[in-house]
Design a protein around this ligand. Structure first.
Ligand code: ATP
Ligand code: BTN
Length: 246
């Protein structure tokens, strides 16, 4: 597949570590995985908990010829790659939650955190971080304030993390190459078909607290979420938003 893989026992965050390597010139398709993260990051400064041996935490460095501002749908493409990988491993019912979560039966199984770097013009570098729960111990679950699940629960049998990583990297390669060449348009229908909230009543909540209620009508070609509200259809682009059921 052409990846260059580094495996660490322990790091603060695979994203932070790989970003530093990328800034120091690390190659396209460098991958950094860790057994354990002491400071795993979610979006907006939130924490991602990854237990020793019970999670898959890795980051992929991908160099794009376009600017960072042209990569708005990247996290959607990545989510789709993970869904394909999980289905390949036998996990049916796996779904996406806009913009960056992977759910199994409405509970969070995996998350994606993308960090971008680049000038206003010219190429950019993406650090694509994936955290996937393999076997989440009970005490850790209790620390997470939303419904969570792991692969052990979903599959009913243990899964080999090496095999899981390889399948994720294989599927990510496919979606990223597609995305790089043709953009998100060709992935959109499959993404929508896998969206847990498609056609459902939901609320969109902004970081500042404002919220909108409506029915999820889909996503557009730019990856924006479409919500049919009482006052018409609204489009949400920003990553500073959270989608919730009602
Ligand atoms: P949204 O993306 O819709 O804003 P979110 O609550 O999932 O919602 P993120 O920033 O994407 O927010 O993810 C970080 C959150 O994920 C944490 O605040 C915590 O609730 C949850 N979380 C942390 N570790 C795990 C884990 N191992 N498995 C599942 N969820 C986790
Ligand atoms: C989210 O749902 O908010 C995204 C969670 C992303 C977690 C992964 S684990 C590997 C990589 N390194 C990090 O620090 N975060 C991502």
């Amino acid at each position: 597949l052409g990846y260059r893989l580094h495996v660490h026992d322990q790091v603060d965050s695979t994203n932070s570590r790989l970003m530093a390597l990328g800034q120091a010139g690390a190659e396209h398709k460098t991958v950094l995985a860790a057994e354990w993260q002491t400071g795993g990051k979610g979006r907006r400064g939130r924490a991602w908990l990854s237990p020793l041996g019970g999670g898959l935490a890795f980051s992929v460095l991908w160099r794009f010829s376009r600017t960072a501002s042209d990569l708005s749908c990247l996290s959607l493409a990545v989510g789709l790659g993970l869904v394909r990988a999980l289905r390949e491993l036998g996990l049916a019912d796996v779904q996406l939650k806009w913009p960056n979560d992977v759910l199994h039966r409405d509970r969070k199984l995996a998350g994606v955190l993308i960090e971008l770097q680049g000038e206003a013009q010219g190429p950019s570098m993406a650090v694509i971080g994936v955290g996937l729960n393999v076997r989440l111990p009970e005490p850790l679950r209790a620390e997470i304030e939303q419904p969570v699940t792991d692969l052990m629960e979903g599959l009913g049998e243990p899964v080999d993390r090496n095999h899981l990583l390889v399948e994720c990297l294989r599927q990510l390669d496919q979606v990223l190459v597609h995305y790089e060449q043709d953009g998100f348009a060709g992935l959109r229908a499959e993404w929508e078909a896998s969206h847990a909230f498609h056609g459902r009543e939901a609320r969109m909540i902004a970081a500042q607290g404002e919220s909108w209620r409506g029915r999820v009508a889909g996503i557009d070609e730019a990856g924006a979420l479409l919500l049919d509200t009482e006052t018409g259809q609204r489009r949400f682009y920003s990553g500073e938003l959270s989608l919730r059921g009602v």
